[in-house]
Design a protein around this ligand. Structure first.
Ligand SMILES: *Cc1c(COP(=O)(O)O)cnc(C)c1O
Ligand code: SF4
Length: 333
């Protein structure tokens, strides 16, 4: 039998191929969107360059310089504006970083940065200046992480965050979970991920089978900011997870000119529900340098939350929260 080459398609058909084909050239993106470079106030950022998938770009509206998805990924000249009180480490995460890869801020759970990379560079990212190099996790640092967990029986949950934990191959994630299984007081593994939104093909039967091998209870927190980011492939992935009793929740970041209108957030909640996902948090933007143009003030955020309460069933109203350094949990508005 001869092997026939599959025809070239515009969309890559595995998530690994999609990662290889990430868009990194702003002019190529603008061309794809049928936009003239002069229609937007964009810039090249060498430190935190453009990175986005073809499938996410395909969800953007052509010829719309104000597209809410484009605004999340294309660097704007506004990033260079000086912003009062905006710093590189507004959450003072360096103070709660006891060993490489571990952020231990809240009592019952720790956050692990297993990888440094994401399939997308979100312009508002609160970890864009995070010292990932000093927090590099590898099989060499796993024993230190395990020892840290063993020393604190109060820790019941591990939040895998990022970078995006789903950048790792299934086998590596599986090995890590298996490695931690004998720490008896760990009950739950939580994934914080934007990967299935950027590359929806990531959630495969292979991935879910790998999760099923682990004794831990699993939960996924997706990161969707706008209803336009959702699609049938995302829904199919959620359905696979649900068949394995893995709940899927969502957190958003409140972003000016992306999702700062009540109707946008109401649509988002309904569409999340239609895709099998429940809203969890809406985060107020952290004061990270270069993100001031995304800020929504507290008064407006409060009004938005009120409006959501008035228009949505209680189970579709996300909690509006802010991260305050030193607080024992995220702080409600
Ligand atoms: C947000 C966060 C968590 C998880 O908080 P929940 O309120 O349980 O979702 C855990 N650790 C760190 C360091 C965090 O920033
Ligand atoms: S996916 Fe999350 S961690 Fe990665 S760039 Fe976007 S906001 Fe930052």
């Amino acid at each position: 039998m001869s092997i026939t080459q599959s025809p070239l398609t515009e969309q890559p058909n595995t998530w690994q191929e999609a990662v290889k084909q990430l868009i990194t050239c702003p002019t190529a993106l603008l061309q794809f969107l049928e936009l003239q470079p002069s229609q937007l106030d964009w810039q090249i950022d060498k430190h935190f360059p453009l990175r986005v998938s073809m499938s996410f770009a395909a969800k953007m509206q052509k010829a719309n310089p104000q597209d809410p998805l484009l605004r999340q990924v294309l660097s704007s000249k506004e990033e260079s504006l000086p912003t009062h009180n905006y710093t590189e480490d507004p959450l003072q995460e360096k103070a709660v970083n006891p060993i490489p890869g571990v952020l231990h801020k809240f009592k019952s759970r720790i956050l692990l940065t297993l990888t440094q990379s994401c399939p997308v560079h979100c312009r508002y990212c609160f970890r864009r200046y995070f010292p990932y190099e000093a927090n590099r996790v590898s099989t060499k640092t796993w024993p230190a992480i395990k020892a840290y967990l063993q020393a604190d029986p109060g820790i019941q949950e591990i939040v895998l965050s990022g970078g995006d934990p789903l950048m790792l191959p299934d086998e590596r994630i599986g090995e890590f979970l298996a490695y931690l299984e004998d720490v008896q007081h760990i009950k739950i593994i939580r994934f914080h991920t934007r990967f299935p939104i950027i590359i929806p093909e990531r959630v495969t039967p292979h991935f879910v089978n790998m999760l099923n091998q682990s004794r831990f209870k699993k939960i996924m927190i997706y990161h969707v900011n706008h209803a336009q980011e959702l699609c049938a492939t995302i829904k199919a992935g959620v359905s696979l997870l649900q068949q394995a009793q893995i709940p899927v929740l969502n957190q958003s970041v409140l972003l000016k000119d992306v999702n700062d209108k009540a109707q946008t957030l109401i649509d988002l909640s309904w569409q999340l529900f239609a895709h099998g996902i429940l809203p969890y948090y809406v985060h107020l933007l952290d004061a990270v340098q270069g993100t001031g143009h995304f800020a929504v003030d507290k008064t407006q955020a409060f009004a938005l939350e009120q409006s959501l309460r008035h228009h949505l069933p209680g189970y579709l109203v996300p909690k509006f929260v802010k991260e305050v350094p030193g607080e024992p949990a995220k702080v409600p508005l």
